[in-house]
Design a binder for this molecule. Structure first.
Ligand SMILES: *Cc1c(COP(=O)(O)O)cnc(C)c1O
Length: 406
């Protein structure tokens, strides 16, 4: 008899976005004339920039001729892209990396989800709360999360609350943890850590033989000087951290798919015999076995993000979203709300008004203002009492939404 991986049945349905869709659909059915503005999306809306489109067209043409056609590429990604990324995103910040310390992929969701393949099932996992759900759900699938408790948390996961009370800076865990997921600039709160604050985590990981999984998907939105773009800007991080990046939010690749993972050869963990093993080699083996590389056309498109023209065009798009973020921040503040994030991130995290929880405020915004935002509690227990606004929409709709709140 075939059996299933029972861990999958422990996962609750994806309640958050289906519940939002259900409530919006019901409201629209009852109020067909209402013009609902969606500020709940975590997807970009601007088209790919011209430099990227040109590079894709050129690469497509290469595929049409036997002289320039490309079949299977290296599982780790083409050197032309890896070298370009290291030079532009890392060397410029004082970080040196060997080309075999970077792995090109089809996105940061896959990589943050798959990285658990190379880690033992007995590791204690810590996540910030609220959190990007992929980190938790993939550990549930692997069997590291324990059981779902009544409060919505998992019995074996260590939660690190990030709330207004601690300035959205997670405290070091009191119990021993082995793997720590950190995402900064953060989704959903839009907040960041300074170099000193991130240094405390690197020091903790080194002192406790722990591994940091650092998700830098939003690094392109950083505007403030003291906020690290890469965890490797922090001394010691090359001994204890893996970093994930994505072209999705930075260059509009959500539908195009390209990301990368950095695993310095000095990051090690123990095998059953207690010997230290480099994670770089394990990830390389994992990728070579389960992944056959990102499409050549897409890697040429990603390379074009770093051309003179591409850099400028991508920056314009980021500034457009950051402009939206400022409009949202200021609009909410003017309307009397307490807000966080939105300065180094396309997300604004707002406190719900007194006496309203996340879902009550969601309903109020939908019915009274015809605005859809994302209830904070959907990202974790500590998200209760907050709601997330996304700045990744259009300018006109963003302005209109804030006028409605004003
Ligand atoms: C959007 C997002 C990503 C990017 O995922 P891709 O698979 O590269 O599109 C990664 N991490 C977080 C926290 C995100 O919000």
């Amino acid at each position: 008899m075939v059996t299933i991986n029972d861990n999958f049945q422990k996962l609750p349905g994806s309640y958050l976005f289906s519940e939002i869709a259900k409530r919006v659909a019901k409201y629209k059915e009852e109020n067909p004339q209402a013009e609902v503005i969606r500020m709940g999306i975590g997807d970009v809306t601007l088209p790919l920039c011209d430099a990227v489109i040109k590079a894709m067209h050129k690469a497509v043409d290469e595929m049409a001729s036997s002289e320039t056609f490309r079949g299977y590429g290296p599982e780790q990604g083409y050197k032309f892209l890896i070298e370009t990324i290291i030079k532009n995103d890392f060397n410029t910040r004082g970080v040196t990396l060997d080309t075999d310390e970077m792995f090109i992929s089809d996105g940061a969701k896959s990589d943050t989800g798959n990285i658990g393949d190379i880690l033992g099932l007995g590791n204690i996992i810590a996540v910030t709360d609220p959190v990007y759900p992929v980190y938790i759900d993939t550990n549930v699938m692997a069997g590291r999360a324990g059981d779902l408790l009544e409060n919505g948390q998992w019995s074996k996961i260590v939660y690190l609350p990030c709330t207004a009370e601690n300035g959205f800076v997670p405290s070091l865990p009191k119990e021993k943890v082995d793997v720590i997921y950190l995402c900064f600039p953060n989704n959903p709160t839009g907040t960041t850590l300074t170099k000193d604050q991130l240094k405390q985590w690197v020091d903790y990981a080194k002192a406790n033989d722990a591994l940091i999984l650092f998700d830098a998907a939003y690094e392109a939105f950083i505007t403030e000087d003291d906020v690290p773009h890469s965890i490797y800007e922090i001394e010691g991080a090359k001994d204890c951290a893996i970093e994930f990046r994505s072209f999705s939010k930075s260059a509009g690749f959500t539908g195009t798919r390209c990301g990368l993972t950095v695993i310095p050869k000095t990051v090690k963990a123990r095998n059953a015999k207690g010997e230290l093993v480099a994670l770089n080699g394990l990830w390389n083996r994992r990728q070579c076995t389960k992944f056959n590389g990102t499409a050549y056309i897409i890697q040429r498109a990603a390379e074009a993000v770093y051309s003179e023209e591409g850099k400028k065009q991508v920056k314009d798009a980021i500034n457009y979203y950051l402009g939206n973020a400022r409009i949202i921040r200021e609009g909410l503040q003017k309307a009397g709300y307490t807000v966080f994030g939105g300065k180094n991130s396309p997300y604004i995290w707002a406190k719900t008004p007194a006496g309203m929880n996340s879902w009550q405020f969601f309903d109020y915004l939908l019915k009274e203002k015809n605005i859809v935002a994302t209830p904070g509690v959907g990202f974790g227990t500590s998200g209760e009492g907050y709601i997330r606004f996304s700045a990744l929409g259009g300018r006109e709709a963003t302005i209109k939404a804030m006028e409605r709140l004003g």
